[in-house]
Design a protein around this ligand. Structure first.
Ligand SMILES: [Zn+2]
Length: 129
């Protein structure tokens, strides 16, 4: 049986030496690890952008006088809102769970309707409805 030499994860050249070696040398190891880090930070950047977009969209729905507004799910997603992305949740004593994107949030109500709210700043860090 012929054993295929393992290929370096960074450059693809066959790796000589111990069978558990993944890279030719430290240079290739660094190249590979830096690339992996870059992928992680762009993932984080993408998610942060979605969260910010969600937040700005919720903010744009409320005028200065309005504290809350009702909107249908289809309309909200039609505007580009991504429901899977939020920064935190807040459950009231009556067991209603608000989903927040930073300082703005929404509460799922009946039949595909949502109540959009502006969070009130309680402490330096915490935003609660
Ligand atoms: Zn290599």
């Amino acid at each position: 049986m012929e054993i295929q030499p393992k290929k370096c994860l960074a450059c693809g050249k066959p790796v000589r030496g111990r069978s558990d070696k993944k890279f030719c040398d430290d240079y290739c190891r660094n190249v590979y690890n830096n690339k992996a880090k870059g992928a992680h930070s762009s993932l984080i950047r993408n998610i942060n952008n979605i969260l910010k977009k969600n937040r700005n969209l919720l903010a744009s729905l409320l005028s200065q006088e309005q504290e809350t507004i009702k909107i249908e799910r289809e309309k909200l997603s039609g505007l580009g809102f991504r429901f899977g992305y939020f920064t935190h949740q807040y459950t009231t004593k009556k067991e209603a769970t608000y989903f927040f994107c930073y300082d703005y949030g929404y509460l799922p109500i009946d039949n595909g309707w949502f109540l959009v709210v502006k969070g009130k700043k309680l402490k330096d860090k915490d935003y609660l409805f």
